[in-house]
Design a protein around this ligand. Structure first.
Ligand code: HEC
Length: 382
């Protein structure tokens, strides 16, 4: 049952909400009002009633909205989303992105250009330039690591398409700290099919185990929104926690330093690359190796601000330092889609196809489910 006091609060917030929304078109058509041709003017006329002139949100007592407006001066929050997300929310309203209906739709009241001006003005509220902009947060490829620091949980699965069965999963938890840094924990686990040596009749058996748990630190030491570039260095320590006898790990500690670069290209294309080394503690267990991974992709949306689709193709190259080792190449065509309205839950699926040594390397189906946990819980924003 809804208690009277709650009902009252509900009604009053709806009244205020309607008042605020109906004020907007009125303000816009009033002849004496300043022309809405700059960010401040649009923001003051259309947004400040709820978001406050300072961007911190109008006092709650004035608004009585069930969902308070966010604080645009908080750089940690305000730099994460690209302009396209904020313009979508503003043009099509909160519910179009799984947000509150108290954030009205300005389609019809403002032009797309005026919405862009208002969003430009919101961008001036965070004055700390150290935080990389959300535009530089490019779609995550299946194999190549990104340069952007993330608050994400990702579970990636690799399934061998031929030979003995192999299903390997990697759970990654990533968390940002400070404007440009991130730590992460990687927990692999899976199932492998092996020939049964005890029976010795060609029969096979499945075994399961955890793999080598890893811990990594990443720091984006350079980013430039105008140039569309972001570069990060990272170091990962991989501990021999997996059962290497069964094939679930290296059997030795591995240190993996790498550099990652993300670049926005014209016409919604983007490029990402990662160059790194695997330095092992015990050369008898695993050789030192180097790798280069590159991803070229393109993003399109359903409608002007809708669901994002990002086809990508990755090319990976890896080589053990041993003198007679060949470089192993793979190509990984894939497509990433955003699953929910808020676009913070994504799915990517592709095929990892070996380009050489195909007699000893299998094709693999690779997919991940990604949750950008800063943007909402798993159940929010559908
Ligand atoms: C009637 C009150 C109201 C008005 C007017 C209003 N907003 Fe909002 N806005 C909100 C509320 C409430 C939220 C929080 C929604 C949520 O978190 O579910 C919000 C959220 C947002 C967000 C959210 C971002 C995010 O990623 O969480 C953006 C961007 C935004 N508003 C932009 C604007 C712009 C630009 C204008 C003016 C053109 C405007 N708003 C006018 C109430 C309003």
């Amino acid at each position: 049952m809804i208690r009277p006091s709650r009902l009252h609060r509900c009604e009053s917030s709806i009244t205020l909400f309607i008042a605020a929304v109906s004020l907007v078109p009125l303000t816009l058509v009033a002849a004496e009002e300043p022309v809405l041709d700059n960010g401040r003017a649009v923001y003051q006329a259309a947004c400040a009633s709820c978001h406050g002139s300072s961007g911190r949100g109008a006092p709650p007592s004035l608004l009585a909205l069930d969902t308070p407006p966010p604080d645009f001066t908080d750089c940690d929050f305000a730099n994460r989303e690209p302009d396209s997300d904020w313009m979508g929310i503003t043009y099509e309203g909160g519910p179009s992105r799984g947000f509150s209906e108290f954030m009205p739709a300005f389609q019809g009241a403002l032009t797309v250009e005026q919405v862009q001006l208002a969003v430009n003005h919101i961008r001036t509220f965070c004055t700390d330039q150290r935080w990389p902009r959300g535009e530089l947060n490019l779609p995550r490829p299946l194999i190549t690591n990104k340069a952007f620091p993330e608050d994400e949980a990702v579970i990636t699965t690799l399934i061998d398409a031929g030979g003995l069965g192999s299903i390997l999963n990697k759970f990654v938890w990533e968390q940002r700290f400070g404007p440009r840094s991130q730590w992460e924990v990687v927990v692999p686990f899976g199932w492998l099919e092996t020939v049964d040596v005890i029976e010795d009749d060609g029969s096979t058996r499945w075994s399961s185990s955890m793999g080598d748990i890893a811990f990594a630190l990443k720091h984006a030491f350079y980013h430039n929104h105008e140039k569309g570039s972001i570069v990060a260095i990272a170091g990962e320590i991989i501990f021999p926690t997996g059962d290497d006898e069964l094939g679930f790990g290296n059997g030795t500690t591995v240190f993996e330093p790498f550099i990652a670069w993300g670049q926005i290209l014209p016409a919604n294309f983007f490029f990402q690359t990662q160059l790194g080394a695997e330095l092992t503690a015990d050369k008898d267990k695993a050789e030192n190796a180097a790798f280069l991974r590159c991803a070229l992709g393109w993003t399109t949306t359903t409608g002007q601000f809708g669901r994002a689709w990002s086809p990508m193709v990755e090319v990976t190259a890896g080589r053990e330092f041993a003198s007679d080792a060949d470089i192993r190449y793979s190509i990984v065509p894939q497509i990433q889609i955003t699953l929910n309205k808020r676009q913070h839950i994504m799915f990517n699926i592709g095929v990892r196809e070996p380009l050489n040594e195909r007699d000893v390397r299998n094709s693999q189906v690779v997919f991940y489910l990604l949750w950008d946990w800063f943007d909402g819980t798993l159940l929010e924003g559908w």
